[in-house]
Ligand binder design. Structure first.
Ligand code: KIV
Length: 267
């Protein structure tokens, strides 16, 4: 089975489809096995994996490295990769060069960038170069701490104008982050491309969450995220048990030695 194309995802308008972030081979493989065929390699990478306090420290090389790992871990998923802060805003040329690099290095089947009407020219340029683009409006994490803010977005006219602009510019889908529920539903009914909501209520087409929030691996998850597992606690417990076994000389055991000598190592 092939990876779904952006054009195929665009036909999911009206369908409720799941999107999840992932940043490496093992977790993206889990996502694919769970039947999720759109994976976002988000620049949330900066916080949930790399330990930064915001996304602005993420570089294009980080996204190439992690997008390519997701590509190696999957066979049937569309891989949407965030263009990080500073890699697309300055010019159409820069936006095309950054997007092409992600595609050439096998890291992305589409790119995502932040911004509404102000990003329309970049969306048009990247899409014009043949690279599918997903837009992202509402809360814009890359500039939120610089002034655009993390609060729920309720400026209806501005949000509708942003949604219209990114759809007209050629985006194949748009993420709505922290957009007031009724406005998100209005946008979803209004524009021809799928909306993918995060903290924007049930009226969007798709929904996206950050993997580490879903799995209980990130302590500062936003209130709208739902935890489906407690892998942080499970990991700590497993490592505590391992450390205890080593200290008690309960691991490795004689049986493990025999197995190693008989079977070799990982092949
Ligand atoms: O970087 C990311 O994970 C995102 C989601 C919050 C949509 O952009």
């Amino acid at each position: 089975m092939k990876r779904p194309t952006a054009a195929e995802i665009a036909t999911r308008k009206g369908a409720a489809f799941p999107v999840i972030t992932a940043y490496d081979a093992p977790f993206s493989r889990c996502a694919e096995e769970a039947g999720i065929d759109v994976i976002l390699v988000g620049d949330s990478l900066g916080m949930v994996v790399l330990g930064f306090d915001s996304t602005v420290h993420v570089e294009l090389g980080d996204m190439i490295r992690h997008g390519a790992a997701v590509a190696r871990g999957t066979q049937r998923a569309h891989i949407m990769v965030d263009l990080p802060f500073g890699t697309y805003e300055a010019s159409d040329e820069l936006a095309i060069a950054s997007s092409s690099e992600l595609v050439k290095r096998g890291a992305a089947t589409s790119v995502k960038l932040e911004g509404g009407a102000s990003a329309a020219a970049r969306i048009c340029a990247i899409a014009g170069a043949g690279i599918p683009v997903c837009a992202h409006i509402g809360v814009l994490p890359q500039t939120a701490s610089l002034g655009s803010g993390f609060r729920l977005k309720r400026e209806r006219d501005r949000l509708l104008a942003d949604a219209d602009a990114v759809a007209a510019a050629g985006a194949f889908a748009v993420v709505l982050e922290m957009v007031e529920d009724s406005i998100a539903a209005e946008i979803t009914a209004r524009i021809p491309i799928p909306t993918i909501g995060i903290g924007s209520g049930p009226g969007c087409d798709g929904q996206v969450l950050v993997l580490h929030d879903v799995l209980g691996l990130y302590p500062d998850a936003p209130p709208f995220a739902k935890r489906y597992a407690e892998l942080g606690a499970a990991t700590t417990n497993a490592l505590r048990a391992y450390a205890g076994d080593v200290r008690a000389r309960a691991f490795p055991a004689e049986r493990a030695k025999a197995t190693r000598e008989g079977n070799g190592y990982r092949s």
